[in-house]
Structures are given as C-alpha cells and as structure tokens.
Design a protein around this ligand. Sequence first.
Ligand code: HGY
Ligand code: MN
Ligand code: MN
Length: 413
Amino acid sequence: MQVNTIAELRIDTERLGRRIAELASIGAIEGDGVCRLALTDEDRLGRDQVCDWMRQLGMRVSIDGIGNVVAIRAGLEDVAPVMTGSHIDTVATGGRYDGTLGVLAGLEVIASLNDAGITTRRPLAVGFFTNEEGARFAPDMMGSGVHQGAFDLDEMLATRGIDNSILGEELQRIGYAGAAEVDRFRVHCFLELHVEQGPVLEQEAISIGAVTGVQGISWTEYRIAGTSNHAGTTPMHLRHDAGYVAAAIAVEARRIADDMGGSQVATVGTIDLVPNLVNVIARQALVTVDLRNMDETLLQAAERRLADFVSELAADEGVEVAQRKLARFEPVSFDNALVALVEETAGSLGFSCRRMPSGAGHDAQMFAPNSPTAMIFVPSKNGISHNVAEFTSAQEIEAGANVLLQVMLNKAS
Ligand code: HGY
Ligand code: MN
Ligand code: MN
C-alpha cells in the first residue's frame, strides 16, 4: 500500500519500552543506570544489539570510518532520506534515555511502518553516532561531527582518551571501524527525539518541546604544574600549590556564571591532583571547565574572563598552566519551518508544546549547517540527567515518538 501521511498511525509503546529496557540491560549499573562509555565493550554490545534490530527490520546497515551506524529503509524514490537518530554511548553514570530514546524511537517508527505496510516516497534513515558524550574522548558530538564534515576523521581517530587509549585503536578493537565514507551523507532533513535533561517541560506540565537550537559549548582542560612540598613546614608565601590553583579556578568559574546570569552556566566536572595526599602540596592538577551560553559573544566574554583570571593567578602562585581546548561549539539554530512542523504536529496529536533551546549538546546540531534540522524534547523527571535517576514515563515517551513518527511521515511523503 503506497500512502503518504497516515494521521492515525501510532507507534507500539510496549515494543519501544521493551527495547529501551533491553538496551539498558547492556552496561547496567546500580540504580537503574547505564555505563556504556564510547568504544568500550559495553558500547560494542549495545551497538551489536541495535544493529541486530536494524537488520531484523529489513534495513540496510552501513558503518563509516569513525563507527557511525546508519540504517536505511528504502522509499519509492531513490532521493535524499528523512533521517532520525541520536547516540547509544553514555556518560559513566548515565541514564537509560539520554540518546538511546532517539535511536530506538527511530527504529519504532520503522517497525510501525513495516506493520502498517506503508512505503514512504523518500527513504528513511535511522542512525547512531559514535561518542556523542565526549566523556571518554573529547570533543563530544564527535561521530556526528565527522559524519557531517565538521571534524576531520584522521584527527578524531588519533584522539587520546582520559584512560590514555587511542580512539582509532579502540574502534578497531570493538570491530566498528567501517568502510563507508564520512562527510558524504546528506539528508532531506534530520530530526532527533531526546529527553530534555532539564526541568522546564515538567515544571510547566508540557508534553513536547519544539527545540529551537543548542547553546554554545566551551570545554577547556587546565594542566597546572606547581611544586610538591610538605603541608606542615612550607610557609604560605613560599608555596606553588597546584591544588589551590585548581580549586580557585572552580570557584571563579562559578563566580563568572553567577555574575553573568542569563543562560551562562559553568561546571568543573574533573579535578585530579598529584600526588593527591593529605599532607603533600600538590605538584600537579588537571581541571576541566565546561562553559555554555546561548549567546556566542557572552560565551567568549566568559572564556576571556576565566583565561585572564587563570594567567594572573598562575603568576601570583608561581605555577605553570598549560590549557587545551577540548571542545568548542558555537550556538546553533534549528530550521524554523521544521520547528513549526514539530509544534503543529504535537498540537494535532493533542499534546501541549512549547518552543525552547537546548542546554545540552546533541548530534542534531552537527546536521543543522547542512540540512533542515529540528529536535523533539520530552520531559525529564525532576530535570535530572547524566545521573542514574534519569527518568521519562512511557506515556511521555509515547507522545514524543508519535510526534516523531508523524513529522517523519510528513517530510517523507
Ligand atoms: O555535553 C553535552 O551536552 C552532551 O551530553 N554531550
Ligand atoms: Mn544525549
Ligand atoms: Mn548526554
């Protein structure tokens, strides 16, 4: 049966729920959480499972040079596909919905169309991208960045992880160094369903977020070299204390966010001291700072203020500071017409909906420069994410997946 848009078609919520639970069992950690850091064995097992599902759905699966996996369902015409997808790698203390929901909801769209015997005019594509999180190998959105031409493949394959592993070697080890070319795949449009990972939809009791864009992201690593010395005998004015400088950076990062207000956020997620002993002044500190803002000019101002603070403090304390940019993304705006379609579709399905920006980075932002792109958010309980307590209800997932289904059908007709 060749149909374009079947307004009454709906996804199978139980089947989607089963797949979410099954994938969450791979890399399961205490508290219903998931740990599938990019290119670990857990990530490999998750990849194997999702590729099996893709093949069972009759899709043609391809793997590219950085391990991105894209499955295609043929359309009536051989034209640019309507694509959806996200990531299945997680942070070390992740939840079962971040990224995973977007990939499995995409497969649920395919399964629902298979059940209904519907063939769309355009092909449909569902993908998962390597290392969206950037927690093991920086930067984040790495795979989708290579896929869409923002990052150089060889440079990313040479990336050293926080565990000193090399990305390309890990990719080979897990058997996902694919042959498909990168930066060749262009889509008619790209949609990503994702949990909001923040408190807005829940607080406003709204079912669907029509995401207008993604804020700018700046990750910097500071490697501070001081002098180890005795904690008791060293007079304060003679110290070159790397631990003190690291802690001062964390305090200043917070002060910058508080002073600037608006959408400015600042996070010090890692501080490693050497030798990390109670009675030894640290000779080395490694600290990362994550700054984000919806406005590029303000984000640059925050970066400058922190950089000035660090260089002044380093001179005062007599330490050496080497800084390295781990990730830098300017704010991204999604396609207004596609955002409007998400809004209209949510409304026609009877769901409340509001436009909103994304505080988190997403694979979708890497598609935005090349193709019309938009995202669909569903609520996060208590606004929690990157935490095993991450939760979104089956009913909220059903709403988001049905909006995804209908928007994809609309664009593929
Ligand atoms: O850091 C982020 O915003 C995303 O989770 N990678
Ligand atoms: Mn995510
Ligand atoms: Mn995440």
